[in-house]
Design a protein. Structure first.
Length: 488
């Protein structure tokens, strides 16, 4: 039988959830139709795949309506009813998972019935829950604001307590301000990151005024981890490249580590690293040692590992690239061998041999002819063992081969590879425009450099040098400039 939205949603439930759904459907408070129970009972043995020779539309219909002829519209209608109940079940599950939300809604409901003088235990439990929260994010402050607001409503009903509650109203206002600032800073951080990948524009004047507000009231927000951390990131987005600022924010992240959710700490640390790499790609050499330091930090604290304890091949490769770019060759070799088993098994072979190719290239770079030739041969051998249709590997392999062929004087191979590379970039629809531009500029400049090898022209060589220096969207910019220097 064809998969439906109902079967897809049921398959997504864990075994305990599927079991609780059965109890939920037997509750007349939520479900007033025995037909929904009959449908669920028929589906139970087929969970989670919902595939079998006996699993047919006719059999399902017969289990619900045993005395009626098959009616497709009626079956679809019943499945729609059950689907709605499954959605309601998920909402109830979400609600029941939070004792605070239950308490808060209980308080609100009793207040509406005029029982504000009977809520002392509920308020005590709710405030104790908040006090025990180590992570004080926007949800924490929204809950705090709502709870303080409910307490004010309850004490408004008791004349003797009105002065007491209005003396505390500033705490309620502060909670709302903290909620607003954290939520706003997080959203703008998301927008800033999105703008690097999607062609959108956004006005920053409002958020800049918010940052000015926070900066001018440091004492007021000094204990708020989220406001301080997210606010500091806007300074690096707007400032000139500054290694000191990067390290200052790194220290700030460590300071607030236990007060941030693990995924947020990890994502912010990765964003700090990415900002360092962006500045490094603009030619700020001091960022190399900083990015390597951040890499060591991320490995130490498991920032780069997924929930299953594995790292992606992309992450593994980026770590090696960071190390070799700043000549930490021995460290990179040790990392390649020690961490390969933390890459997912199906990705290990490609990741290992590609990065060994990079390592052998770096071992030969700048060395005498025989040492270089031996290392480069081993590099190419490793590349030939990388088998992947993924453009992530294909582009890196092509880039790597171009550098090796050029440095070993195999200019015909360089030109041939550039031609096929050009067509590959043109056909590829997955790669981002930004990445295509970087790779395209690299092969165009390299092609010009090869032509100048066959027909030297100092004026054109100097012009090429200037063009590359002025173009920030070029892959291997430093390598190209170094080859021009050698050729000069």
């Amino acid at each position: 039988m064809k998969q439906t939205k109902l079967f897809t949603m049921l398959a997504a439930l864990s075994k305990p959830e599927f079991s609780r759904l059965g109890k939920f459907l037997h509750s007349p408070y939520y479900n007033d139709s025995h037909c929904n129970i009959s449908l669920f009972e028929f589906l139970k043995p087929y969970y989670p795949l919902f595939r079998d020779a006996q699993f047919t539309k006719e059999a399902i219909f017969q289990s619900i309506y045993p005395d009626e002829p098959y009616n497709d519209a009626k079956l679809r209608d019943r499945c729609t009813h059950l689907l709605k109940l499954v959605k309601t079940f998920l909402a109830v599950e979400k609600y029941n998972a939070s004792s605070f939300d239950i308490n808060k809604n209980k308080i609100s409901a009793l207040l509406e019935k005029g029982f504000g003088n009977m809520l002392e235990n509920e308020f005590n439990d709710a405030f104790k829950y908040l006090q025990d929260q180590q992570v004080q994010d926007e949800t924490y402050y929204l809950n705090k604001y709502q709870l303080l607001n409910l307490r004010r409503q309850s004490e408004d009903l008791i004349i003797s307590k009105r002065n007491e509650v209005y003396n505390d109203i500033q705490e309620e206002i502060d909670a709302m301000i903290h909620f607003f600032l954290i939520a706003l800073l997080k959203e703008y951080s998301y927008i800033t990151d999105t703008m690097r990948h999607v062609n959108i524009d956004h006005e920053y004047k409002f958020i800049e005024s918010i940052i000015d507000h926070v900066s001018g009231r440091g004492e007021r927000y000094k204990d708020n981890a989220f406001i301080n951390v997210y606010g500091s990131f806007f300074h690096i987005y707007k400032s000139k490249p500054d290694p000191t600022l990067i390290l200052k924010i790194r220290d700030l992240l460590f300071c607030y580590k236990d007060r941030l959710q693990k995924d947020i700490f990890n994502n912010l640390f990765i964003e700090l690293y990415n900002q360092t790499k962006r500045w490094q790609s603009q030619g700020v050499k001091e960022m190399g040692s900083v990015s390597f330091k951040l890499t060591e930090d991320m490995l130490q604290f498991g920032v780069l590992l997924k929930e299953d304890g594995k790292m992606t091949a992309h992450t593994y490769t980026n770590i090696v690239a960071t190390a070799v770019r700043d000549n930490y060759i021995d460290w990179a070799e040790q990392f390649i061998r020690d961490y390969i088993y933390q890459v997912k098994p199906r990705e290990q072979k490609n990741a290992y041999f590609y990065n060994m190719a990079v390592l052998w290239y770096m071992k030969g770079y700048g060395k005498d002819y025989f040492t270089r030739q031996d290392a480069y041969d081993k590099s190419i051998e490793c590349l030939q063992k990388v088998k992947s249709e993924d453009f992530y590997y294909m582009t890196r392999i092509k880039n790597h081969e171009l550098k090796v062929f050029y440095e070993t004087g195999k200019y015909d191979k360089v030109l041939s590879l550039i031609d096929s590379y050009h067509h590959f970039l043109k056909r590829n629809t997955i790669m981002t425009k930004h990445l295509k531009e970087r790779y395209h500029n690299f092969i165009i400049y390299l092609q010009q450099l090869v032509k100048l090898m066959f027909k030297p022209d100092q004026f054109l060589l100097e012009k090429l040098n200037k063009d590359i220096q002025n173009n920030s969207h070029t892959e291997y910019k430093g390598w190209l400039l170094e080859q021009i220097r050698i050729q000069s």
